[in-house]
Design a binder for this molecule. Structure first.
Ligand code: SF4
Ligand code: SF4
Length: 467
């Protein structure tokens, strides 16, 4: 419900103005009613599940973004800063998944899983309704001059908002610092942990602005996904839509003939508009502001039930479906995005399964002096060895040349210790008798063994005098 006149169908300015901005560019505050139908309950289950999931993940140690250590933990897997291929695949895969699901099921993300919708509709608005009452009471309160009662209600509401935000901000911080550190910080004085404290204050400020005031403006004005989703969708994508063929011509119930075939099913009660969190009238067609939250479906279904008409005047459908045309699920764009998504997921899974937590690489040392002949006639090759330990524990690595007793691998330390998540480089000297050379070269295998039994090998060509 808007606090001024809501535009009606065919109004000339309908397509070039936002519903929540008046002709003078001022904001029209949305006072939406609540209606609890089938979709509301399903969305509530999903939303509260997501909130619990988000809040619990860092405390269970399942996700950690430790930028200081350049370490990222995802459900038990530890990734380090040089695992960029995984990061690229995750972000690439998420982008393709967004394309694929938007082409297929439209803005389901916006209405069901976006943090903006989840927190606003299922955390902050219920608090607001609890304190300030239904839409009519909230509007009345806002229009009232300031009084003790109004100040008390606003203080209580924003105090509760701040408390809930503090819980969310603390869990968000735990994603970066880990739960033990967050517990230490929240039980200590703020000036002993100034940076995390400032982060908490910043999150409180952003949430207070977003959920206390900015609200649906984020979806209609700022969100980049909302901007380009119309390019990703086509007339076969799933949308929440009004069946104008069935609903029009609309008309109030009062004064209708009981069975008038010329009359549409819409009784023009306006409930679908009053419950819309972005303040739009879905009967005007598919619009940028619609976040596919299904609230208007619940609203209209309740009206259809009460007047004995079939549900679904507003429903999940497609533009083609609402026009009475055949709906195609498999279209070229869906197939292309689907194949790309499959490839991303497949490559990610393959690399993850075959990922080695310890790796080494042998690099040649001084290129201008590939070998040295020692006074006793033996040859040395000066190499470098690069060892990476991607596991979450320290390891010691032993290097040797298997099956060649006359060839020695010499490192400053052998076994060589490497801390978790670190990459170390060490000089490696290979010493061998001249007689093993053939034409000035000899191929050998260098093996690495860690104390927990992991083995890896690399082939290296030794160089020496040709004769
Ligand atoms: S038009 Fe319906 S589905 Fe779209 S945002 Fe409004 S209530 Fe939600
Ligand atoms: S809720 Fe249904 S019947 Fe009422 S105005 Fe909206 S579309 Fe028409």
């Amino acid at each position: 419900m808007l606090n001024k006149k809501t535009p009606v169908m065919n109004e000339p300015t309908y397509r070039d103005t936002l519903y929540t901005v008046d002709k003078r560019g001022n904001r029209r505050w949305v006072y939406c009613d609540i209606i609890k139908g089938k979709f509301y309950y399903w969305r509530a289950i999903v939303a509260y599940g997501l909130v619990v999931f988000y809040l619990a993940l860092p405390w269970l140690g399942l996700v950690r973004l430790d930028f200081g250590e350049r370490k990222f933990v995802f459900f038990g897997g530890v990734f380090w800063s040089d695992d960029t291929i995984f990061l690229a695949l995750i972000f690439g895969g998420l982008a393709i998944a967004l394309f694929f699901f938007t082409a297929l099921i439209g803005r389901v993300w916006c209405g069901w899983a976006c943090p903006e919708t989840v927190f606003l509709e299922f955390v902050y608005r219920p608090i607001e309704r609890l304190i300030e009452g239904n839409a009519a009471k909230r509007r009345k309160l806002d229009l009232q001059p300031w009084s003790l009662q109004k100040i008390a209600k606003k203080l209580l509401k924003h105090g509760l908002f701040a408390f809930v935000t503090w819980i969310i901000a603390t869990s968000t911080l735990a994603y970066f610092t880990g739960p033990e550190r967050v517990l230490e910080m929240i039980t200590d004085w703020p000036w002993k942990n100034p940076i995390p404290f400032m982060w908490n204050i910043a999150i409180l400020g952003v949430f207070a602005f977003q959920f206390g005031w900015f609200r649906e403006q984020f979806c209609t004005v700022l969100c980049p996904y909302a901007r380009f989703q119309s390019v990703l969708m086509d007339s076969h994508s799933l949308v929440v839509g009004y069946d104008s063929r069935r609903g029009e011509p609309r008309g109030k119930l009062r004064g209708r003939k009981k069975k008038d075939p010329a009359q549409g099913d819409c009784v023009d009660c306006g409930l679908c508009v009053r419950v819309c969190p972005t303040g739009i009238d879905i009967r005007n067609g598919i619009q940028l502001e619609c976040i596919s939250c299904c609230t208007c479906i619940d609203a209209c279904d309740s009206i259809m039930d009460s007047i004995g008409k079939p549900r679904g005047l507003i429903r999940y459908s497609t533009e083609e479906g609402l026009s009475g045309n055949k709906v195609k699920i498999l279209r070229p764009r869906v197939a292309v995005y689907g194949v790309l998504l499959f490839l991303f997921v497949g490559i990610f899974g393959y690399l993850l399964v075959h990922r080695e937590l310890s790796e080494f690489q042998v690099l040649r040392g001084a290129l201008d002096k590939p070998f040295e002949v020692l006074p006793d006639g033996a040859i040395t090759n000066h190499l470098h060895i690069r060892i990476s330990n991607k596991s979450d524990a320290p390891h010691k690595y032993t290097f040797y040349v298997p099956g060649e007793s006359s060839i020695q691998a010499i490192l400053p330390l052998n076994p060589f210790p490497v801390s978790p998540g670190k990459v170390e480089t060490a000089p490696l000297f290979i010493s061998f008798p001249r007689k093993i050379l053939s034409g000035g070269t000899k191929k050998i295998t260098i093996e690495m063994r860690s104390e927990d039994g992991f083995r890896a090998s690399q082939e290296v060509t030794l160089l020496g005098p040709e004769r």
